[in-house]
Ligand binder design. Structure first.
Ligand SMILES: C[S@@+](CC[C@H](N)C(=O)[O-])C[C@H]1O[C@@H](n2cnc3c(N)ncnc32)[C@H](O)[C@@H]1O
Length: 446
């Protein structure tokens, strides 16, 4: 049996287990980690497509059966509906998906009893597909595959662009690399990739967007630390942070793990003294691993950035990056589970945390120093509004030109979103603040 792809029914079982975990409030990443290795790549592709079509699938399931079956069976039913409802996107012919979903139920101890029910629902779906789909069209959750509150929030905050954002969110993101300019420049790396049958196009100052996703180990130069995987929008952080700094600047990355932006800052400012902080010691290990692979150095500390008396040596910083914890509403192309995991109250709760960190870190900046605040969120409360409130209460902070809210967009349709660079990137918010030259640094408890 070696070398044979696992049967589709097993992959459907695995994808449904990921959906069931997300519905229980667990992120898709650990749920996928529990899937058997030989099933994982296929199960991930299916599960991600299911999460991108879950609103539609749930609306269809409701038409087919007003009372949901037990959670495992419902997850399998919705998995099959999400994959089969639109024939042009279906990874397998709808009849095959239905046959295999029924097989998956038959072979699963927790779903065996619902096999007949699943079969009846899915056969009816195949017979009446156009009418059933049309009957769900008016439901915005089915139409846009996001929770109602999320759609309403985008409509309110982006009256001209909310549909572009939702559409971009539902497309898979490209794989983008960041060149480790400390070791190689972009064109020689591009040649090396081409020789390994990986085609790429330049994006931004240090990025290469690949023709299609490849396993990391199959791309030349990973073990040699020639590149890292990083979205083009995320690559702006270190560029904004180090531009114009003296070579031996003292830099802090306050929420650094797994270290993507820290490493980029070290690549761009190799003589700088860099402190990378993260509250999570396990994630701090990943910063070490990434820096080591890339041949870079920074001081790494596990600490709460919002409590400087616990870790600050009293020496002010020339530049501080705060890539704050956020809803991640800008990176749902890559993490399609995020939209189903968040709750409406999370936005205000995370905005409070961001405010606490921003307020605690500002006094650590030198007069004239630069502070880059960013989140991978498109919601105003975590970006524009957060910074507007900070500026209103802080007379030492000046807002410098910066990207502001960068909306997620796929290269080809970037034109639909005003002010976006013509590129393919996730959603971010960036504010560049400068401290007025007269303010003396002080310990936060002074
Ligand atoms: C958006 S991620 C950072 C990603 C990272 N900058 C990168 O580019 O690889 C946010 C990080 O903030 C960390 N974090 C959350 N609260 C924190 C706090 N109070 N102090 C320091 N780190 C914190 C989380 O553990 C998480 O690793």
């Amino acid at each position: 049996m070696t070398g044979q792809a696992p049967p589709l029914w097993r992959q459907l079982q695995a994808a449904a287990s990921v959906l069931a975990a997300v519905r229980q409030g667990e992120s898709a990443t650990p749920a996928l980690a529990r899937v058997a290795g030989e099933l994982r790549p296929g199960a991930q592709a299916l599960a991600f497509q299911v999460l991108r079509q879950l609103g539609r699938a749930q609306a269809l399931r409701q038409l087919l059966a007003q009372r949901a079956p037990p959670p495992a069976a419902d997850a399998l039913l919705c998995t099959a509906l999400a994959l089969a409802w639109r024939e042009e996107d279906a990874p397998y012919p709808p009849f095959t998906l239905v046959d295999q979903a029924v097989e998956a139920a038959k072979r699963h101890p927790q779903m065996r009893k619902q096999q007949g029910f699943i079969n009846a629902c899915l056969r009816r779906f195949l017979r009446e597909r156009p009418q059933l789909v049309a009957a769900t069209d008016a439901d915005p959750v089915a139409r846009w595959n996001h929770p109602r509150w999320w759609i309403a929030r985008l409509q309110h905050e982006y009256p001209d662009n909310w549909t572009d954002i939702l559409e971009a969110n539902n497309r898979p993101a490209p794989m983008t690399l960041r060149v480790n300019t400390h070791r190689i420049s972009r064109e020689p790396l591009r040649d090396l990739l081409r020789a390994g049958h990986v085609a790429s196009e330049p994006v931004g100052l240090h990025g290469l967007v690949l023709d299609r996703p490849h396993p990391v180990a199959a791309i030349p130069g990973f073990a040699d630390g020639l590149w890292s995987v990083q979205d083009a929008g995320a690559q702006l952080a270190a560029e904004l942070l180090v531009a114009g700094l003296p070579p031996a600047a003292r830099i802090m990355d306050a929420c650094a793990a797994p270290g993507g932006k820290t490493a980029h800052a070290c690549e761009l400012a190799p003589q700088a003294e860099v402190l990378a902080l993260d509250v999570d010691p396990v994630r701090c290990e990943r910063i070490h691993q990434n820096l080591q692979r890339l041949g870079l150095h920074a001081q790494v500390r596990a600490a709460d950035a919002g409590d400087p008396p616990a870790w600050w040596d009293g020496q002010p910083f020339d530049a501080i990056l705060l890539d704050a914890p956020c809803t991640a509403s800008g990176i749902v192309r890559r993490h399609p589970d995020v939209r189903w995991l968040r709750r409406p109250g999370d936005v205000a709760q995370l905005a409070e945390q961001q405010k606490r960190l921003l307020t605690a870190l500002w006094p650590l900046l030198k007069p004239g120093g630069r502070f880059v605040y960013c989140t991978c969120s498109v919601f105003h409360a975590e970006g524009e509004a957060q910074i507007a409130a900070f500026l209103a209460h802080n007379s030492t902070a000046l807002l410098r030109p910066g990207p502001g809210h960068l909306l997620p967009c796929n290269g080809a349709q970037a034109g639909g979103v005003p002010d976006n660079q013509p590129s393919d990137h996730d959603g971010f918010f960036y504010a560049v603040l400068q401290k007025s030259a007269l303010d003396a640094p002080r310990r936060p408890d002074d």
